[in-house]
Design a protein around this ligand. Structure first.
Ligand SMILES: NC(=O)c1ccc[n+]([C@@H]2O[C@H](COP(=O)([O-])OP(=O)(O)OC[C@H]3O[C@@H](n4cnc5c(N)ncnc54)[C@H](O)[C@@H]3O)[C@@H](O)[C@H]2O)c1
Length: 460
């Protein structure tokens, strides 16, 4: 342990990062910038080739950082796991998706652990960063590594430290986002703290790996549940004829006890739609039903149908149907100013509209092509003339590049799922905004208790 401590203190340690995606590549760059030599391992040969040519494929990682790290010998990308034999620390940043039956798929963690086991040696620190269910580190990783005959806490060290990166966030990055660390033993926590403190401004120890795993799931479940609640509130506001955004912004003036969350077309990305299911799955095995998680997933999952209903209502006003209408999606990435389309609600909205016979196109400045079902779509120009050719445009992702004034001026019908048109006060008749209360049909102003709901939504 002392030898590893000295290497971490004087930055002579070699740090390996397994999985060079949205999480692993920024981490590798930060560790290299702190002065360590970094071995980056990924199964994807294209990524390794790009990195070796000094190219970045992650928007938040500037090309220059990769090129400099390669040139000054601080970063060695490879597909070859035998490089782990030289590593003093190993950070696991592989994907943790859901299987087809929506259960945790931890096969990526297991296969990375098998590779680590082959090259495990005394004085090595192994840290799992991938989001997973509580118990993964001590119930799966430690027994597998313990098969080598080496002892955890004395020969080698194991910790869990959840990655909290927020791609596209201009203020918070790997370095200035506080990091949680929980080790299998106190010695494991100490050594992991020493490692992360070398390149992260604030590192917070917790008492166990299970606690650290649970911290991440609390954070993401908190977001999922609050977004589900506010999505439901948006539907209520539509029925009540109140603008949900005005309500939220007014409530947010309360200086304590309230956090603002905003409605939208559904959840996306590799975290919020997936991670709470890891927790619910684990609890199910313990005969406990995680009801908030289920309810939030149900409400968030029906938002694409809500959007499709808004489109149908808007077209109906002009005596048009979805079938045959030209509909342009603005923004297919799951959130603004990023290129990540994993789990994006745009995919569900497009699928629903396509099933109803819409003639679909999309624009996204960050996503040049999009594969949906058997079809490959290409991002088309979002210039006013192009927008005017469409029967309807749907703002699904509020990328900063969009000039909303020009879009509304040119469009026949705008479905706004992100409050993007908040500053547009004319053309109200051509804008339908989620949760703005403008979906209330005029007949529902009557006192008819049997009035049809303006937004009849169906789950998926
Ligand atoms: N993307 C985010 O915003 C974010 C934020 C916080 C936490 N996380 C968590 O971090 C983890 C990684 O997510 P990501 O978004 O970086 O995923 P990603 O798909 O962008 O990157 C994962 C990389 O791992 C590689 N890989 C897969 N199996 C491998 C193996 N056995 N050995 C070596 N490389 C392998 C893949 O080729 C890919 O390049 C997940 O658990 C995710 O939940 C993601």
């Amino acid at each position: 342990m002392n030898a590893l401590k000295t290497k971490l203190e004087n930055r002579s340690a070699t740090a390996a990062v397994i999985g060079l995606g949205y999480v692993g590549l920024p981490l590798a760059m930060e560790v290299a910038a702190a002065g360590f030599h970094v071995i980056g391992i990924d199964l994807d040969r294209n990524k390794i080739n790009m990195l070796n040519q000094g190219k970045s494929y992650i928007l938040d990682v500037p090309e220059k950082n990769v090129a400099d790290a390669i040139q000054n010998g601080k970063f060695t990308p490879t597909c070859d796991f035998s490089a782990l034999a030289r590593a003093d620390t190993v950070s696991i940043c592989v994907p943790t998706p859901l299987s087809k039956s929506r259960d945790p798929d931890i096969s990526f963690i297991l296969s990375a652990t098998e590779e680590i086991r082959k090259y495990l040696h005394p004085g090595q620190l192994i840290v799992l960063e991938s989001t997973t269910y509580p118990g993964t580190t001590d119930e799966l990783i430690v027994p597998e590594l313990g098969n080598t005959g080496l002892n955890v806490g004395t020969d080698f060290f194991v910790a869990f430290s959840p990655e909290r990166i927020d791609p596209g966030n201009p203020s918070f990055n790997t370095r200035n986002t506080p990091k949680i660390v929980g080790g299998i033993t106190p010695a494991c926590t100490d050594i992991a703290l020493l490692f992360y403190s070398a390149f992260i401004e604030r590192v917070i120890p917790v008492s166990s790996t299970k606690c650290a795993e649970m911290v991440k799931l609390l954070e993401n479940t908190f977001r999922s549940v609050n977004i589900g609640m506010v999505n439901e509130l948006a539907l209520m506001c539509d029925l009540l004829g109140v603008d949900v955004y005005e309500v939220i912004d007014a409530a947010a003036t309360k200086p304590f006890g309230f956090s603002a969350f905003y409605p939208g077309p559904g959840l996306g990305g590799h975290c919020i739609p997936i991670d709470p299911h890891y927790l619910a799955w684990k609890l199910k095995a313990l005969n406990f039903q995680a009801r908030f998680i289920g309810l939030a997933a149900e409400i968030n999952g029906m938002m694409p149908s809500v959007v499709a209903t808004m489109v149908a209502d808007g077209l109906n006003r002009a005596s048009k149907s979805i079938r045959g209408s030209k509909i342009m999606i603005l923004g297919v990435a799951y959130k603004k100013n990023v290129s990540d389309c994993r789990e994006s609600p745009a995919l569900d909205v497009m699928r629903l509209l396509s099933e109803k016979g819409a003639v679909l196109s999309y624009n996204d400045p960050f996503v040049p092509t999009l594969r949906l079902g058997g079809t490959t779509f290409k991002s088309i120009d979002a210039a006013p003339a192009e927008i005017a050719r469409h029967d309807c445009v749907i703002i699904l992702t509020d990328h900063s590049a969009y000039d909303i004034r020009k879009i509304v001026d040119a469009a026949k019908l705008v479905i706004d799922t992100r409050n993007s048109t908040k500053d547009i006060h004319d053309y109200k008749d051509r804008i339908i905004k989620l949760g703005a209360g403008n979906n209330v049909p005029s007949s529902s102003q009557h006192d008819d208790e049997h009035e049809t709901m303006p937004l009849r939504v169906t789950g998926r």
